[in-house]
Write a new protein. Structure first.
Length: 465
C-alpha cells in the first residue's frame, strides 16, 4: 500500500473538507432537528460518487462504497448540543470562522468534523482502490446521539438490517469518529439516567408543621448522592464512594479494567418539584442523576446504590428510584423508544480492528499523537497513542449492547465538546481521512479469536427492538 499517496490525497482534499465542515456548522442541527444537515451530507456523498446514499426511517444518512457482503462502518453523529448562553461565544457559533490551523463553530469537534473526514476518507478509498475484495464501506451520519447516545445504532441494527444477528454477522467493526485528541480509543465508561421521586404532603406555608415537605426530604438525599460520588471507600465513612471499584477488594474481577476506564461517577443534573403555590409546602420532589459506570458495575448495582443510601432508606416507601426511558420523535417523526441505559465496553489492545488503526497510524504518522498548533499540542503531548474516551459515544450500542467491535479515532478534542467557542483543527481532518482510507487494507480478520471484547456490561433484559 502506498501510504505517501494516501497522505497526498488526503492533503489535496483538505480545503474541500474545511468547506464541507463549515457548511455543516452553518446549519443548526440540534437533536431531532437534523434534517437540513442530513440533506447537505447526502448531497456531498452523491457529488463524491458514493455507490448508494440513503436516509433511513429515523433520519440517519448512510453512504455506501463497494459491493462486498462484509461491512466496515464509520460512524459520526450529526446532531449537536445547543449554544447555551450566547454571551459566552466570541463569534457567531453557526457562522464561525477559520484561521490557518483551526475551524470555529458549534459541531466542529463534536462532531461534524468527524463526518467530513469520514466522507472524504471513503472517497480516497475509492480513488486509490483501497476497499478490500468482499467488503463494503458504510459511512453513517447518525442522529439524536446527544439526546440518547446509541439509540440511532439500535435503530440501524434492528430496522436497517433484517435482524441484529445479520448486523452482527455482516459488520466486521465500526470506527467512531468522535474526537480523540489524536489517539486511538478502545473503550469508554457507560452511563445511565436515574430518577429519584420523593412524596410529601402539602399544607399552608404559614404552618409548615402540618405538612411533609418533599424538598426537605430530597435535600437529605442530595447530600447522600454527593457523598456517593466524593467519599473515599474506607471505614471512615458510612457511604462508600464510587472510587471503590478501582480496588480489588470491591471489584476483584474488573478492577484493572476500571482503572483503565476511570472510576464511576454520579451527579445530580436536574431537580423538579410540585406545590399548590409559593405559599404552600411542596408535595413532591424529583431529581435526575447522571451516572457514569465503569467496568464491574451493572445497572442493578447502580440502582441499588441509590436505594441503599441512608436518606433513601430513612424515607422508605415515600421514595422511588427508577431508570428513565427515551421516546422523543426524530426529525422524520419516527419514535424509537428505548431505556436510558448505555452499557460500558472495552476492547483488547491486540484486537484486530484496534490493531488496524494502530498499524495505519504507525505507517502514516508514527507512534505518537500529532498536532498542528500549540493549543492541540497542550492536550496531546505525552499521552499514549492508544487510550479511551472520558465521555459516552454510540459505541454503547454498537459494542456495548450488540457486541459489534468498535474503535475510535476522530478529529478534534474532547475538551471542545459542548463548550463555548468550540474549535477543531484542519490538520485533524486530513489526518483522520488518511487513516480511515488506510485501515481496511490493514485489517486482518483472520486474527479474530472471539476475544475482542474485554468487558461488556450486563444488559437489562428489557425487550428493546
Amino acid at each position: 500500500m502506498d501510504f505517501e499517496a494516501i497522505k497526498r490525497s488526503a492533503a489535496a482534499y483538505g480545503a474541500d473538507m474545511t468547506r464541507f465542515l463549515r457548511d455543516m456548522i452553518a446549519i443548526p442541527s440540534e437533536s431531532c432537528q437534523e434534517e437540513g444537515v442530513a440533506r447537505r451530507i447526502q448531497a456531498e456523498m452523491e457529488k463524491l460518487g458514493f455507490d448508494r446514499v440513503e436516509l433511513d426511517g429515523l433520519g440517519n444518512v448512510i453512504g455506501w462504497m463497494g459491493e462486498g457482503d462484509r461491512i466496515i462502518a464509520i460512524d459520526s453523529h450529526i446532531d449537536t448540543v445547543g449554544v447555551g448562553n450566547a454571551d459566552n461565544w466570541d463569534a457567531d457559533p453557526y457562522q464561525g470562522y477559520e484561521t490557518e490551523t483551526q475551524i470555529y463553530g458549534r459541531g466542529s469537534s463534536d462532531q461534524e468534523g468527524g463526518l467530513a473526514a469520514a466522507v472524504y476518507g471513503a472517497k480516497i478509498m475509492k480513488d486509490l482502490g483501497l476497499i478490500p475484495d468482499g467488503f463494503t464501506i458504510m459511512v453513517v451520519g447518525s442522529v439524536q446521539e446527544e439526546d440518547c447516545d446509541g439509540m440511532c445504532w439500535q435503530y440501524i441494527v434492528n430496522k436497517d438490517f433484517s435482524s441484529p444477528a445479520e448486523a452482527q454477522k455482516r459488520i466486521e467493526f465500526v470506527i467512531s469518529t468522535e474526537p480523540t485528541d489524536g489517539g486511538v480509543y478502545r473503550g469508554q465508561r457507560g452511563r445511565m439516567e436515574i430518577r429519584v421521586d420523593v412524596k410529601g404532603v402539602s399544607c399552608h406555608g404559614s404552618a409548615p408543621e402540618r405538612g411533609d415537605n418533599a424538598i426537605y426530604k430530597m435535600a437529605d438525599i442530595l447530600q447522600d448522592v454527593r457523598a456517593l460520588n466524593e467519599n473515599p471507600a474506607d471505614e471512615s465513612v458510612e457511604i462508600k464512594g464510587l472510587v471503590k471499584m478501582l480496588d480489588p477488594r470491591y471489584n476483584p474481577v474488573y478492577y484493572e479494567d476500571a482503572r483503565f476506564l476511570g472510576r464511576g461517577t454520579c451527579t445530580t443534573s436536574e431537580i423538579f418539584f410540585t406545590s399548590p403555590s409559593r405559599c404552600a409546602v411542596a408535595d413532591s420532589c424529583s431529581i435526575s442523576i447522571d451516572r457514569r459506570m465503569t467496568a464491574g458495575e451493572t445497572y442493578q448495582s447502580c440502582i441499588k446504590e441509590i436505594e441503599d443510601l441512608p436518606a433513601v432508606k430513612k424515607y422508605g416507601d415515600d421514595v422511588k428510584v427508577s431508570m428513565y426511558w427515551y421516546d422523543r420523535p426524530s426529525w422524520t417523526g419516527e419514535v424509537y423508544k428505548t431505556e436510558s441505559f448505555f452499557p460500558t465496553w472495552i476492547n483488547r489492545e491486540t484486537a484486530p480492528h484496534v490493531q488496524a488503526l494502530v498499524d495505519a497510524h504507525h505507517a502514516l504518522f508514527g507512534d505518537t499523537r500529532i498536532w498542528s498548533d500549540d493549543r492541540a499540542r497542550a492536550t496531546r503531548e505525552g499521552r499514549p497513542l492508544t487510550d479511551k474516551w472520558t465521555f459516552s459515544t454510540n459505541g454503547v450500542a454498537i459494542q456495548g449492547r450488540y457486541g459489534i467491535p468498535c474503535v475510535g479515532f476522530g478529529p478534534g478534542a474532547e475538551s471542545q465538546a459542548h463548550a463555548p467557542n468550540e474549535i477543531t483543527w484542519k490538520q485533524d481532518l486530513v489526518t483522520c481521512a488518511a487513516l480511515y482510507a488506510a485501515v481496511p487494507m490493514l485489517y486482518k480478520p483472520e486474527n479474530k479469536d472471539g476475544s475482542a471484547t474485554l468487558f461488556r456490561q450486563e444488559l437489562t433484559g428489557n425487550d428493546i427492538r
